[in-house]
Design a binder for this molecule. Sequence first.
Ligand code: HAM
Length: 415
Amino acid sequence: MVQCPRGTRDFLPDEMERRRYYENVLRNTARTFGFREIATPIFEETELFVMRSGPNILNEIYSFKDKGDRDIALRPELTAPVMRMFVNSMSNEPRPLKLFYFGQCFRYERPQSGRYREFFQFGAELIGNANPETDAEAIALAASMIKAIGLKEYKIRIGHIGIIKDMLTDAGVPSERLPDVLQKLDKRLYDEAREILETMDISGDTADGIFRITGTVGGKEVLDLVPEETASYLRELTDLLSDMGVADVEIDLGVVRGLDYYTGMVFEAEAPSLGAEKQICGGGSYSLSELFGGEKVFSTGFAIGFDRVLLAIEKEGQKYENKGVLAYVVPVSDHERKDAARIVSMLRGNGVSADIDIMRRKMAKAMKHASAAGARYAVIVGKNELAEGSVTVRDMNTGDQKTVKIEDLVMMFLF
Ligand code: HAM
């Protein structure tokens, strides 16, 4: 038997209905913040992702030559594609641009619970500035989305990549080596970070000083440890957030982020119930447009790991009830099949979700099927009622039945 490729999943109808429901919860939340949806191609020129992250990224992404000998990659994330689109087609639009997207991403990772090779991100990018207001808007949107989904246990941690980059630079790390060290710090692999720093003749004491800062988590008092300019920026940001009703954030100077385009504020959200793969959202402020041939513009954005938030609410016991069709039309015998077909078409044509037996089942079996398929009502088409221009409508939850004129059916189902 052929299976779906490692790290990918099929979504069956029940699961797909649930996913669409929650996708729309997120869409509606983004719209209430004034963000508008966009879409970019699922594959891009490989160069788009290599330009910022360097050739090492090729180990982590799906890249290949197409039949025209072009280097193509399946997108591992959407920030670079969105900024390419901005430079190509939106750079003259009034700022800020508030864009959101939902779509699949591909990463060549070792699959495990909550980590896939094909996964879905719901993200937002706010293009136009890097100041506490834009950062607060992005974090507030992320927090509102997580709340709207119904997740109860989560933590939002805010840091600042500038502090760590400055400390490393001051210690003597050349800019081209920064990503190597940052990647280790992102994963909190301090011993491996120390080994890299040693190759640059950076002393153990200096390394310890840096790790002490990146290991600092807490409330606003943590900001006393960082340079005043950054501290006052982050104070302004957290004050704004509490004005916006997002008070439950932590300052964590160890938020480093694996992707290397961030310049200032960085943040993550996690759901502790998920265990190892608990990060449900990541983002921060960055500048990428100049790399793709545009003017330098600061932006802030984030992406929620859609699969992970769904896993997290499931772990918390949140149920989604699938909805079957509103009306299932059942002819009492073969003589009423034509009338049943006419009635189901009339319902569908008027926007009522309706289904009909097409398996030539006898009435009792067809009713059983309607119930198993989750239909809300059965519309029973029998000879005697038809003679009066009526049908019998049965409420599948209560079993109550009543006779309804065919011309009144649509009104009954829609209102
Ligand atoms: P990221 O942290 O790499 O950031 O990914 C965002 C989220 O996608 C993660 O927090 C996680 O929930 C989810 N995710 C990542 N990899 C996987 C995987 N293999 N399987 C399941 N879920 C996964 C970005 O991608 C940035 N583009 C976010 C951003 C937007 N920054 C600024 N704007």
